[in-house]
Every structure is written in structure tokens, then in C-alpha cells.
Ligand binder design. Structure first.
Ligand SMILES: CCCCCCCC(=O)CC(=O)SCCNC(=O)CCNC(=O)[C@H](O)C(C)(C)COP(=O)(O)OP(=O)(O)OC[C@H]1O[C@@H](n2cnc3c(N)ncnc32)[C@H](O)[C@@H]1OP(=O)(O)O
Ligand SMILES: NC(=O)C1=CN([C@@H]2O[C@H](COP(=O)(O)OP(=O)(O)OC[C@H]3O[C@@H](n4cnc5c(N)ncnc54)[C@H](O)[C@@H]3O)[C@@H](O)[C@H]2O)C=CC1
Length: 712
């Protein structure tokens, strides 16, 4: 609702709809009623609109979308129209986050005040829509088309000070917002409101709009990668040079197009799933859930191994204000890590944050930390040795976490006397940038340990997802079938750039081969050597070249590594790189290697369509997701989707692999395609449809309806 009160001649409308004061129907109704009442009351000479509690309205109520409630009268447009045309000055007083419809409300007002900590913006593009309550028409009238395109297509929030310099906010107020707003409102009473209406202004430099749009188009299309909202936002902004009513009509038309697209619900699903993963639970052990399991307090963290991951994790922990003891066996590496950390931390806070960091080469220095995160080489023998030492030196309550990419957490826990305090905390590289934290419980991990790992994720600003223990956990396990199928495509006739292009056109920031070159092709190679699938010199003795343990195997990635082509770091991998450049250039050497391999093994080169590439790479990945759900390794399909959205660059406008499978491809079609491909390639095990998928197609039912422990 919006609470109505008067302070002398000022009517104050305070939106009260926790947690973020979104414009649910009852709020819209109360605002329209309040404005009418203020208009009617001769004693009222000005109006202040603000939010109660933590924020100015943060936009439309996204939960209402698609339900009809969003358009129930009065809709948001009517509320804003009432504000714009009000005869008495309307002042929006902003604190917290004025976002989407909330920011549009402020733009429809005649004056805007903000506290210094306020932030504002139009993030609708992230929900697959556009600011459809006049945002695409009013903002360009204030800041110009170029800045409006930048703000609306990025969805970025700007701070009050920047809003002031852009002319969006009239004044920044210190102290009590209500008092300041009322006093400001009084000061403008009696002044004409006509020239304060943004809707009546014209767009600055309107004659250059087409030029500006043309210049922005290429970048936006490249960044959007298949998402339709960003370019549709631009089309709406382009219409701001028209008279206001005509621009609004165009905005409405484009909004209707986006609202009815398949991408808008996918992005809204992604928004809520990101938040839903906080309500985690173990699929079988009822004690392990977000409601009842209590975390231990974590003030200090030990990080073991100061390599790529240990360094990134340490930066992340320091940025969150935690104390860190970083231990490394290699002194040179330790010094290098300290330098990199110093450089990465922002200048302003570097020295204060660095004072929280202690370096160590002796394990006894980890004695007092609350949790240790191990990030040494991916080698089970080494991890066990490290955990034995940690168990011996740390206080009994200390939680021991491993950042392994996929080794068995139970096997690691078994070497300690505290398996209940052992957990997997799988970060993603670069660990200080990537938002995902995949937390893994073992057979004996206690509710308190799980809760502590999940809470640590919150403390350091991660999106934490809880999963079970299996080789590769959720993310890397699913990725295994994707990368396997990508190299099988090379055998059949595709080139690395064909596969990458198709996957990037689907929406990933990078295809599998460019990604491999970036992370280092030797990561996977070392893993395969550790598993005995290959050796540094080729297949293990008496092993058929194209099979390992009865499964089809493509040795091309091993051959690449044996040539010393380890990716960007060696200037050559699947592609070649000019010195100092990260641009992947097709390399005739690699293409020849693939061609020779095809000849040697009797593969006949054929042309492979982008559609087949996408299906062959992504369908087995999704299929693995069904296995994972069936086994209870992920409790819900949304957990898998969030892992892929935040850890693997899966395009957000498709909602994530499981959402995409169900809502976009359709389960029946997915099953049918997998059956066709598995008939064609009977020895590609990952193409065999999962029993859960078959069952769902046969019996009906939705992924969302799969409870945490239910099976169809
Ligand atoms: C003819 C009709 C034409 C109609 C045209 C309408 C056109 C429009 O212009 C449409 C819009 O406004 S779309 C909405 C634009 N606003 C946004 O996207 C802001 C979304 N929220 C945020 O960014 C953060 O929650 C925020 C920064 C605000 C706060 O972050 P926090 O980290 O502090 O809190 P969260 O954990 O994110 O959120 C707390 C709880 O609130 C729920 N929520 C947030 N924003 C919501 C929203 N706008 N609608 C509904 N629920 C919302 C959120 O899900 C979370 O819930 P729980 O998980 O249950 O706690
Ligand atoms: N690099 C990546 O993209 C990701 C790696 N991981 C996992 O993180 C772990 C570490 O990987 P990276 O940082 O890439 O490796 P890295 O090779 O960059 O660093 C490992 C560090 O551990 C140190 N170390 C070795 N033995 C030690 C011991 N006994 N005590 C203390 N330090 C010791 C090494 O000197 C080295 O500096 C591995 O388990 C890996 O699978 C997880 C996610 C992503």
C-alpha cells in the first residue's frame, strides 16, 4: 500500500510493500487514490512520494508478470500519468534503490531528491523486457540518447552523485530524507509544473539520433548474443524523438513484443532462481536445510596453495573483510601471489585489506583459523596428505574445505578424524570475479558444516549452490559430455572455429575450444593422465586408440598437448596467438593435425550444420543434468540452471540448461533428438537418454514439480 499523511501543506505518500516496495496492484491503487486525494484537498499544495523501510520502489512486482495482475487497472502507466499531469508539484525522494518502474516514477515526478547512498537505474533488460512505463521515452529527454542507450541496455545502477551530474536528480540531500523532502516541496509550492514535466521536453541533439543508434548497434548485438531485449530497448529509445504520445505508443508495442517472447519468462525465472538457491536443502537428510542448520561464525580463513585459485580466493576473502592466512610450499609462488593480490585490491583499501593477510609456509600457522580452503594441485594423494596435516594442526572445530574440481569429498574426508567437518567449496576461475560457489556435502558432512560453507558464500558475495558428491559434481560432470562431443565433431569434419562459432551464436561468451585455450588445454590432459586414460606420451600400452575402458575416446586433445600446445599461455593451442594478443586465429598446423588424424582412423569429412553442433554439444550436457537430478546430486533443476548461468556462461536469456530443455526445446523433442543421435552413435554413452527424461516424457510432469526427494 501507500500510506497517506499530511505535514502542513505537503501530502506525503509512503509506499509500504516490503521487502522492496514493488508496485503490486494494491500499491498502484493506493498511489492513484493518494494523488487524487491530494489534488482534491485545497490545503495540500505539494506532494512527496517516497518508500518506507529500506528503499524507494525497486520496480514492478515481477511475481505479477504473466498473471494478469501486472496489467490490472490501474496499471503502472496510469499511476505515472497521474503523477506527470498532477497540477501540484510532485517530489520523489529517493533512498535505497529506485529501479525499473520505481525510477520511472521518479522520472515522471516534477522534482527528484536523493540521499548520497541512493542508486537508480533501469534493469529491465535483465528480465528480458524494456522499461515500459515511459523509461525509454523520459530518460533520453534528460540525458540524451547515447547515455540512455548505455544505461538501459546495460541495466546498470548509477549512484546519486552521477545522477546529479547527469541532471537526473535535482538535489542530493543529507540528513533526514522525509524532513528534507517536505522542506524542499514547500519551497516549490505555487511554481508552475508545466516546465518541470520531462514528457514535455525534447530529446537533446535529436537530429543525431539515427547516427548514435547506428554506432551502438554493432556493440549491442555482439554483447547481446541472441538476447532480443537489448536491441528492442534501443528501438524504443530511438522513438523518443517522436512526440511523447507517439513514443509511448511505440514503447508499448515493443514491450508487448518482449513480454510475449519466450526470453522474458526465462530471464525472470533466472532472477528468482538466483534467489531461490539460498533456500537450500539436502534431498534426503532432513537435518541439512537452510531453515534449521546453523552456521559457525567465520572470522578467519586459511587458504592452502597460492596458485591461480588460492590467489583468487584470497582476494575474494580479503575484499569481504575476512582475515586470511595464505599458505604455500613454494616461496617464489607465495611472493608472486602477494604481489598480484596487492595489485588487484583497489587502491583505496589495499593497505587496510593487506593488513588482514598473513603468509605462511608452515602448517602450524593455520592452527587458529575457523575454516581452511585447500587449493593445491588436483591430485588425490596430495590432497589426502594436506588434509592429514590440516587435521593434525588446526583446532578441533575448524572446518576443512577442498576446492577440488571434482575429486571424491568422502575419500578426502576419510583421512581426517573429523569427516563431519569436511566439505567441498568449488570456486570458479577467476575466483575473485566469478559469482558461483558450488558447495559439496559428503556422506558425513554435518548440517553445521554445510550451513557454514553456504553462509561463507553469502559473506563473500557468491551465489552458492549446494550439491552432492560425485565425480565432477554438477557443473564439471555435465561439462564432460559437452567437451567430449565437441571433439567428436572434429573427427567428423568440423573445425574448432565452426564449433566455437555455433556455440557462441547460441549465446555462450566462448565456445569449447577458445575456452580450452584460455584455461589451458593441459588441465584436462593432466586429469586424464591421473585417471590413467592417457599418458604423457600417448595411449597407455595395449590400449586401442579410440576407446578407453569400453567407451569411445577421442585422443585429439591429448595429441595437441603432446605438441606443447597448452593454450594462450604457450601462444598456441586449438588456435594460434600473435605475441601479446588473445585473438584466436585458426591455425593450419592444427587443421592439418585433425585432417591427418581423420585419414589415419578412417573418418570421412562431412559438412556439419550449426544446428547439429549445438544439439550434439548441449543435448548430452542437459541429458547429464537429468541423470544428476535422478540421482539426487542436485536437489532441484533450478540449482543446475544457476550453476550453469553463474559458472559456465550459459546464456541467461535461455534460463539455463534445464529450463531451456523443458520450456524451449520441449522434453519430447529433446528425447527424440537424443534417440536419433544415440542410434547414430551407439558408443557415445552420454547420448543415451536418461531414464528420468524418458519417464517424464512418458508420464508427463514438470521439472519444477520434482520435489527435492521425489522421483517420477
Ligand atoms: C501496461 C503495464 C506496463 C507496465 C510496465 C512496467 C515496466 C517496468 O518498468 C517493469 C519493472 O519495473 S521490472 C522490475 C525492475 N526492477 C528490478 O529488476 C529490480 C529487481 N530487484 C533487485 O535488483 C534487487 O532485489 C534489489 C536491488 C532491489 C534488492 O537487492 P537485495 O539483495 O537487497 O534483495 P533481494 O534478495 O534481491 O530481494 C529481496 C526479495 O525481494 C524480491 N524482489 C526483489 N525485487 C522484486 C521485484 N521487483 N518484484 C518482486 N519481488 C522482488 C526478491 O525475489 C527477494 O525475495 P525472496 O527471495 O523471497 O526474499
Ligand atoms: N584453475 C582452475 O580453473 C580451477 C581449479 N580448481 C581446483 O583448484 C585447485 C588448485 O588449482 P590451481 O589453483 O589451478 O592450481 P595451481 O597449480 O595454480 O596452484 C596450486 C598451488 O598449490 C601449491 N601447493 C602444492 N602442494 C602444496 C602443499 N602441500 N601445500 C601448500 N601448497 C601446495 C603449489 O605450489 C601451487 O602454487 C585444484 O584442485 C583444481 O582442480 C577449481 C576450480 C577452477
Amino acid at each position: 500500500m501507500a500510506e497517506y499523511s499530511t505535514l502542513g501543506s505537503v501530502a506525503v505518500l509512503q509506499v509500504n510493500n516490503p521487502p522492496v516496495n514493488s508496485f503490486s496492484h494494491h500499491v498502484r491503487q493506493a498511489l492513484v487514490d493518494g494523488l487524487e486525494r491530494a489534488q482534491r484537498d485545497p490545503a495540500v499544495r505539494s506532494i512527496v512520494i517516497m518508500g518506507k523501510g529500506r528503499t524507494f520502489p525497486a520496480g514492478a512486482d515481477i511475481r505479477e508478470f504473466g498473471s494478469g495482475a501486472a496489467v490490472k487497472m490501474p496499471n503502472l502507466l496510469m499511476v505515472l500519468q497521474a503523477v506527470d499531469t498532477c497540477q501540484k508539484p510532485v517530489v520523489s525522494a529517493i533512498h535505497g534503490t529506485a529501479l525499473g518502474g520505481g525510477f520511472e516514477l521518479a522520472l515522471a515526478s516534477h522534482y527528484r531528491l536523493a540521499v548520497p547512498s541512493a542508486r537508480m537505474g533501469l534493469p529491465e533488460v535483465h528480465l528480458g523486457i524494456l522499461p515500459g512505463a515511459g523509461g525509454t521515452q523520459r530518460l533520453p529527454r534528460v540525458v540524451g540518447v547515447k547515455t540512455a542507450i548505455q544505461m538501459i541496455t546495460s541495466g546498470q545502477h548509477i549512484k546519486a552523485q552521477q545522477a546529479l551530474s547527469l541532471g537526473i536528480v535535482d538535489k542530493i540531500v543529507q540528513g533526514d530524507l522525509l524532513k528534507e523532502a517536505v522542506s524542499f516541496a514547500r519551497s516549490v509550492e505555487g511554481r508552475p509544473v508545466e516546465d518541470r514535466r520531462i514528457s514535455q521536453k525534447t530529446v537533446p541533439e535529436a537530429d543525431k539520433v539515427d547516427e548514435v543508434v547506428e554506432a551502438a548497434r554493432k556493440t549491442i548485438l555482439r554483447k547481446a548474443r541472441g538476447a532480443i531485449a537489448p536491441m528492442t530497448c534501443v528501438q524504443a529509445i530511438q522513438a523518443s524523438v517522436l512526440p511523447f504520445e507517439a513514443g509511448m505508443a511505440r514503447e508499448a508495442e515493443l514491450m508487448a513484443f518482449l513480454m510475449t517472447s519466450w526470453q522474458a519468462p526465462a530471464q525472470q525465472y533466472a532472477f528468482f532462481s538466483e534467489r531461490e538457491v539460498r533456500r537450500w536443502s539436502h534431498p534426503r537428510d532432513k537435518r541439512i536445510n537452510f531453515k534449521t542448520a546453523k552456521p559457525r561464525v567465520v572470522k578467519s580463513v586459511g587458504v592452502v596453495g597460492a596458485g591461480t585459485m588460492g590467489m583468487g580466493i584470497t582476494i575474494n576473502l580479503l575484499q569481504a573483510g575476512l582475515k586470511v592466512v595464505m599458505l604455500e610450499v613454494n616461496k617464489k609462488q607465495l611472493d608472486k601471489a602477494v604481489n598480484t593480490i596487492k595489485k588487484t585490491l583497489s587502491q583505496k583499501s589495499a593497505s587496510q585489506k593487506m593488513s588482514q593477510l598473513t603468509t605462511a609456509m608452515d602448517y602450524s600457522q593455520l592452527r587458529d583459523v575457523d575454516i581452511v580452503i585447500e587449493a593445491v594441485f588436483e591430485n588425490m594423494r596430495l590432497k589426502k596428505e594436506v588434509f592429514r596435516k590440516l587435521d593434525a594442526v588446526t583446532k578441533p572445530q575448524t572446518i576443512l574445505a577442498s576446492n577440488t574440481s571434482g575429486l571424491n569429498i568422502d575419500e578426502i574426508a576419510a583421512v581426517t578424524k573429523r569427516p563431519d567437518k569436511v566439505v567441498g567449496t568449488h570456486f570458479f576461475a577467476p575466483a575473485n570475479v566469478m559469482r558461483l560457489l558450488e558447495n559439496i556435502y559428503g556422506r558425513q558432512t554435518s548440517p553445521e558444516t554445510v550451513a557454514t560453507a553456504m553462509q561463507l558464500g553469502v559473506t563473500i558475495g557468491k551465489v552458492g549452490v549446494l550439491v552432492g558428491n560425485c565425480p565432477g559434481f554438477v557443473g564439471n560432470r555435465m561439462l564432460g559430455s559437452y567437451t567430449a562431443e565437441a571433439v567428436f565433431l572434429l573427427e567428423e569434419g568440423a573445425e574448432p572455429q565452426d564449433v566455437d562459432r555455433a556455440i557462441e551464436e547460441f549465446g555462450f561468451p566462448m565456445g569449447p575450444f577458445r575456452m580450452g585455450d584460455l584455461s589451458g588445454t593441459d588441465i584436462g590432459w593432466k586429469g586424464r593422465i591421473a585417471k590413467g586414460l592417457t599418458t604423457e606420451h600417448g595411449p597407455p600400452p595395449a590400449t586401442p586408440a579410440l576407446y578407453r575402458r569400453g567407451n569411445r575416446y577421442c585422443p585429439l586433445p591429448d595429441m595437441l598437448c603432446m605438441k606443447g600446445r597448452l593454450g594462450q599461455k604457450t601462444g598456441a593451442g586449438w588456435y594460434r596467438y600473435e605475441p601479446g594478443s588473445r585473438t584466436a586465429l585458426p591455425d593450419p598446423v592444427v587443421l592439418q593435425m585433425i585432417q591427418d588424424y581423420r585419414q589415419e582412423h578412417g573418418f570421412k569429412k562431412r559438412t556439419i550444420s550449426s544446428q547439429e553442433i549445438v544439439e550434439r554439444c548441449l543435448y548430452p550436457l542437459i541429458n547429464e543434468g537429468f541423470h544428476i537430478l535422478d540421482e539426487g546430486i542436485a536437489a532441484r533443476s533450478l540449482d543446475i540452471d544457476v550453476i550453469y548461468l553463474f559458472g559456465y556462461g550459459w546464456p541467461r536469456h535461455t534460463g539455463g540448461p534445464m529450463y531451456y530443455a523443458e520450456r524451449v526445446i520441449g522434453l519430447e523433442k529433446l528425447l527424440c533428438s537424443l534417440e536419433t543421435y544415440s542410434a547414430r552413435y551407439p558408443d557415445h554413452a552420454h547420448l543415451q537418454p536418461s531414464p528420468l527424461l524418458r519417464n517424464m516424457v512418458a508420464k508427463g510432469g514438470s521439472l519444477a514439480a520434482l520435489g527435492t526427494d521425489s522421483k517420477l
